[in-house]
Structures are given as structure tokens and as C-alpha cells.
Design a protein around this ligand. Structure first.
Ligand code: ZN
Ligand code: ZN
Length: 335
């Protein structure tokens, strides 16, 4: 089976359209004909080898929406022609404690869709059946891609730690943060959006934020001291962490999902006094993803997107890198 794919030959290189040989379909694998694929900041990090884990030639794209085009003989629970999604992970070992406990995303043999495998900026992609997630009929498939990585990344902390009665702060209103505001609002929380960009204040309210605060305004942040039950931090840049932690109510939690490159300094004594927590998480398990997709369909939550044809992939990456995406770019397959 040969496929068309947008291939990066090395770090920071432009991607070029090539034919690639996918080889025989694995016993438990699923082949998906790609229709749409979101552009996630992690695609850029892997393209640039920011984390030192990239493998070239690389085919990026891990917010994949498409239809099942072929099933290995041992692939379970799916039908040819069905709409499915594939996110950050394409396979896991299926037998370790994490996999057997339903924490497959924490398997230390989990295979990222875009490292050592071929991702979704292609005509076809392959993944293990357990990581090929059926889409609810009520979900708008053309807009759903970014839910598969960005969406689950911010949904899972809410599902794990937040109550609908909580006051939740979303720090950073970008690709991840704007989805977090929508989820927290639908969940019933009182939502405070923190953004460095005043141009996003009105949009953040449109996504469901009850309050909007500038993340550069330490005085405004300090005025929220002791009021927020959970902060979800989606930014990857340093902030006034003392002020942010100061917003936490007793028993509060600051949860990190943005890969902040600098260490986060923490004054421990105030955290002790309020019995606070600092935590972090990656994406979520296949069941977590399916639950998030059901929730999204029920509450009609989709990301705010810009569509571009996949043939403009290099322009799309430039737009993302320049911070111009509002709020998530989806590439539509045009092979
Ligand atoms: Zn991602
Ligand atoms: Zn495992």
C-alpha cells in the first residue's frame, strides 16, 4: 500500500509531498483515509526537534479525522467506512500495569503517532485499533480534529480534578486554552480566563469565560488571591508564578499541561498552608478520549478553527509559529 504524505527530511525543514510505502497492514492495525488533521504546537516541536526525540524522515500530524479504509484481521470494534479519530498516541503495549489499568497513555512503550511512525499529514495513516477512536455521529467531523490532542489534554484535568461548582482559571487562551474555557463552562464551572493578549478578551468571553484577566497584570492577578479552586496552565512561557499560585483557594490545585521550558519556582510554605497541589498530565487514555468526544457532541463543543488545504502545510506551520492561528488550524486533505 502506498500513500501520499508531507515529509520532513530533517529539523526545521520544509515538508515536501512524497509517495511512501506503508508496507503490509499489521494484524491489529487499522488504516484510516485521512480527511482532516489539526496542526498542534507539538507538531512544530517535533519538526524542529525541540525535545530531541524526533526521527526523520518525519510525517507529522496527530489530530487526525478520517474514515476506516482497511482493518487488520485482529482489529476489533471498528467497521470499514466508519468515522474515527487518532491523537497523540497510535499504540501502546497492551499488557503493562498502566495499559491494563486503563492508563494506556502512561504506558512507557506508548508510541507517539508522529515519532517513529507516520502521522496524519498524509492520505492514509495507521494506528492500533485500541487507539483508533470512533467519533459520535453528532460531532462535526470537519471541526473535531483538534479535540483528539489539544482537547483531551485540557479535558482530562477537569474530568480528574474539577467539580462543576469549582472556580476554574484557564491560563493562556490559545489552541489548548480556548478549548479548556469551553469545556469548563459546559461543565458548569465559574471560569476565569488569563491571557496576555487584550485582543482576546472578548473572544474569551465568547468561549464561555465569566471573567478575563491579563496574565501580565500582576496586580490584577493578586486581586484574585485565594479565590480559584483549580488553575489549568496551557502556556509554555514563564509567568509570575507566585502571583498565580497565590490565586489558589485552600485545597487548590495548579495543573500544568503546557510544556513550560523554564523550571517553575515554587514557594513551598504558602502551598503547605493552603494544602495546595501542583500537578501535570499529558493526554488521556482511549476511554478518556471517547468520553471527551461524547461530552463535546452533547454540548456541541468544537474548537474555533481556520481551515487550509493540506497542500499549504508549510504556510500553516509558519502561521502557527508566528502565533497567528485563531485558534487552531485544520488542514483538509487535498491529495
Ligand atoms: Zn498535540
Ligand atoms: Zn503498556
Amino acid at each position: 500500500m502506498s500513500a501520499k504524505a508531507w515529509v520532513a527530511k530533517g529539523p526545521k525543514q520544509k515538508m515536501a509531498l512524497e509517495s511512501i510505502d506503508l508496507g503490509p497492514l499489521g494484524h491489529e492495525d487499522v488504516e484510516v483515509a485521512v480527511e482532516h488533521c489539526g496542526v498542534c504546537h507539538s507538531d512544530l516541536s517535533v519538526l524542529n526537534n525541540d525535545w530531541g526525540i524526533s526521527q526523520y524522515p518525519a510525517v507529522l500530524g496527530h489530530e487526525v479525522i478520517g474514515r476506516v479504509s482497511a482493518l487488520g484481521p485482529g482489529a476489533k470494534g471498528l467497521k470499514v467506512g466508519q468515522h474515527v479519530g487518532v491523537g497523540w498516541t497510535a499504540n501502546s503495549c497492551q499488557h503493562c500495569r498502566q495499559c491494563l489499568s486503563g492508563d494506556q497513555h502512561l504506558c512507557n512503550k506508548a508510541q507517539p503517532t508522529i515519532v517513529g511512525r507516520r502521522g496524519g499529514f498524509a492520505s492514509h495513516i495507521r494506528a492500533h485499533w485500541s487507539w483508533t477512536i470512533p467519533l459520535p455521529d453528532a460531532l462535526n467531523c470537519a471541526e473535531a480534529g483538534p479535540l483528539l490532542c489539544g482537547g483531551i489534554t485540557v479535558f482530562n484535568p477537569l474530568a480528574m480534578f474539577a467539580k462543576p461548582t469549582d472556580r476554574v482559571g484557564i491560563v493562556g487562551i490559545g489552541g489548548l486554552g480556548h478549548m479548556a474555557v469551553k469545556f469548563a463552562h459546559a461543565y458548569g464551572c465559574d471560569v476565569t480566563a488569563f491571557t496576555s493578549s487584550e485582543s482576546k478578551f472578548d473572544e474569551a468571553r465568547g468561549f464561555g469565560a465569566d471573567h478575563v484577566v491579563s496574565s501580565r497584570d500582576s496586580a490584577a492577578i493578586k486581586s484574585l488571591a485565594g479565590s480559584i479552586d483549580m488553575l489549568i496552565v496551557t502556556v509554555n512561557v514563564p509567568l509570575d508564578w507566585d502571583a498565580m499560585l497565590g490565586t489558589l483557594a485552600p485545597n487548590g490545585r495548579m495543573h500544568m499541561v503546557g510544556a513550560v521550558t523554564e523550571p517553575v519556582p515554587v514557594a513551598v510554605f504558602p502551598l503547605i498552608l493552603k494544602q495546595g497541589s501542583i500537578s501535570a498530565s499529558p493526554t488521556g487514555s482511549p476511554v478518556d478520549i471517547a468520553t471527551m468526544l461524547d461530552f463535546s457532541a452533547r454540548h456541541k463543543i468544537t474548537p474555533q478553527t481556520e481551515h487550509m488545504p493540506m497542500s499549504q502545510i508549510n504556510e500553516a506551520f509558519e502561521r502557527l509559529e508566528a502565533g497567528k492561528a485563531r485558534y487552531r488550524i485544520i488542514l483538509d486533505a487535498d491529495f
